[in-house]
Design a protein around this ligand. Sequence first.
Ligand code: DAH
Length: 350
Amino acid sequence: MTTLEERLKMLRDEGIKSIREQNHSKDLNEVRVNLLGKKGPITEALRGMKDLSAEERPKIGTLANAVRDEIQSAIELRSKELNDALIKQKLEKETIDVTLPSQPQKVGTEHILTQTISDIEEFFISLGYKVDSGFEVEEDYYNFERLNIPQDHPARDMQDTFYLSDKLLMRTQTSAQEGRDLENHDFSKGPLKVISPGVVYRRDDDDATHSHQFHQLEGLVVDKNISMADLKGTLEALCQHVFGKEREIRFRPSYFPFTEPSVEVDVSCFNCGGEGCRICKYTGWIEVLGAGLSHPKVLEMSGIDTNIYSGFAFGLGPERFAMLKYGITDIRDFYTNDVRFLEQFKGAIR
Ligand code: DAH
């Protein structure tokens, strides 16, 4: 009969020999589980501890621990050797040709609509306006009633949209932000000058010039003594900034419920300079936006004294601006994310 001490030493020697012989991590792992597992020979051998005398027991305990440690170290060493060999083998097989040309990196471009909107924003910021984009989900109250478009007003028909409930809808116009800006402004601190760029929604059939979702950029200025002259000067400067220094603008009478008087604004054709061409339909002028002096009712609904204050407002379509300026003929090109379309405008404005 071998003693427990001899048995442990034998297990250690055989175990380490077997570990050294393994050539694959998977097999090595199996050996580990066999040797050190709960049902392994070492655990099994230690069951015999109970038959030992009191002075032998700690001796054998210490030996058992040492055996386990030695086996553990042998496994770690072999595992590292196997890994190193694997890496070495891989490195020998792999070759890298450092003279090959590199893969060109695709660098994206800012979307032409983003460029257009940012450019207009910067123009107005330079004139002291703040930017307040407002909410795409809006109350019927701000989208219509506060703009002097009561329930059943025919002007609502042209802007039929997506209702979320009786009182909530996807805003149809960035003008919806006017009421909010008017009621939040503290006039003791100076005039209100704000632009509201953003997305609006209408129940439109999509075609080359219509989309159920598009952008608008609203402008609103309220102060003492604001007149049509201020509106005209501001919009002329804007059109010159966007369409070129030589541009002139003209006002044609129009109707919007929230402005009085209301105007349609034309810019002299940037293509022919006013002589008449295909782009301006041989009129020399291109319609670019709607505007007017704030309707007294709109101001009064925000508690503003119209004997002291007056204002102007305008609303423009960034898509329309970009389509005109770059000869884009289909509004859907803005939204389909075709890189071939988008990359033409790399650095067009900014
Ligand atoms: N909200 C108008 C629309 O969607 C555009 C507009 C016209 C805005 C005249 C204005 C304005 O502020 O004065 O048709």
